[in-house]
Design a protein around this ligand. Structure first.
Ligand code: 3SL
Length: 244
C-alpha cells in the first residue's frame, strides 16, 4: 500500500486515479456526512451547484428529503439545514436523503469521484477508515483535504496524519514504506505534535477561527473528537454516499 496526501483539490492530480480515495473536510462537511449516516440518514448526495441541488431534491418526496447548504460557514437561506453535524440527529435525518452543497468539502469529493473506491474521513470516524484500509489493502490511497478555497487547512492535514499514524501501527509498516509523497510525513508530524490537543489545533486553524466567529464552539468540540462513530461513508454512485 502506498499513501499520498494532497492538501487541497487543486493540488490533486487529474491525470490518474487511485484504487481508493479519501475526502477529508474535518470542519465540517465529512464530519457531518459521517454523523448523518450514523444517525440513520438514507444517503448524502453532494452538489457544487445550488440550483442543480434544488432541482434534483425536488424529484424526491418532501418527507424523504432535506436540503443542506453552506456558504462562508453560514446556512444557505431557504435550505433546511446548514452544515452543522450537531443538527443531524436521528430525529431529523432518519430515513432521509440529504442533498448537500458546501464551499469546499463537496469540491474535494468531486475531484476524486472517479476513483475505484471513494470514502470520506474525519477525526470522528478515523478508526472506521483505518479498518477499511487494513481489511482491503488498496494498492494506492489518496487522502485529499478540502482546504479553504484553494488554501491549506490544518484540520484536514491533521486528520490525514491521524489516519496514517493509526494505519502504520495497525499493519506494522514503517512510514518510509507507506509514504508516496512528502506530505504523508508532514501530516503525521503534525498529528504527532497535536494528538492530545486537537481542539487546541482547531483554534489555531483559520477556518476554526471563522467558525468561532459564527459561534460554532460546540461544532469545533464535536469535530475534534477521534473515533467516536463506527461509520464509513462510501460512494455508491457518482456523488451519492451511503453507509458501507
Ligand atoms: O467548506 C466546506 O465544505 C464546509 O465544510 C465549510 S463549513 O465548516 O461548513 O463552514
Amino acid at each position: 500500500m502506498k499513501l499520498f496526501v494532497y492538501h487541497t483539490p487543486e493540488l490533486t492530480p487529474t491525470d490518474t486515479v487511485p484504487e481508493c480515495a479519501i475526502a477529508v473536510d474535518v470542519l465540517r462537511a465529512t464530519t457531518t456526512m459521517a454523523t448523518v449516516l450514523a444517525s440513520g440518514g438514507e444517503a448524502v448526495q453532494v452538489f457544487s451547484d445550488l440550483d442543480k441541488l434544488i432541482q434534483v431534491s425536488e424529484s424526491w418526496s418532501r418527507e424523504k428529503r432535506l436540503k443542506v447548504g453552506e456558504r462562508g460557514g453560514a446556512k444557505v437561506p431557504g435550505f433546511d439545514l446548514g452544515n452543522s453535524p450537531l443538527s443531524c440527529t436521528p430525529e431529523i435525518v432518519q430515513g432521509k436523503r440529504l442533498f448537500m452543497s458546501t464551499t469546499n468539502g463537496t469540491r474535494a469529493l468531486q475531484c476524486i469521484q472517479n476513483s475505484k473506491v471513494v470514502i470520506t474521513g474525519a477525526l470522528i470516524n478515523r478508526a472506521a477508515v483505518v479498518k477499511y484500509l487494513v481489511q482491503h489493502k488498496p494498492e494506492t490511497v489518496w487522502i485529499v483535504g478540502s482546504g479553504w478555497e484553494g488554501s491549506y487547512s490544518l484540520e484536514d492535514t491533521v486528520c490525514a496524519g491521524a489516519i496514517i499514524h493509526s494505519l502504520a501501527q495497525e499493519i506494522q509498516m514503517s512510514l518510509d514504506k507507506l509514504a508516496g509523497n512528502d506530505e504523508v510525513i508532514s501530516a503525521v508530524a503534525l498529528y504527532s505534535q497535536w494528538q492530545n490537543d486537537l481542539l487546541g489545533l482547531m483554534h489555531h486553524a483559520s477556518h476554526g477561527k471563522r467558525l468561532l466567529r459564527l459561534e460554532c464552539h460546540e461544532d469545533l468540540k464535536y469535530c475534534s473528537q477521534t473515533d467516536i462513530l463506527d461509520v464509513l461513508p462510501m460512494q455508491q454512485e457518482i456523488g451519492v454516499l451511503k453507509k458501507s
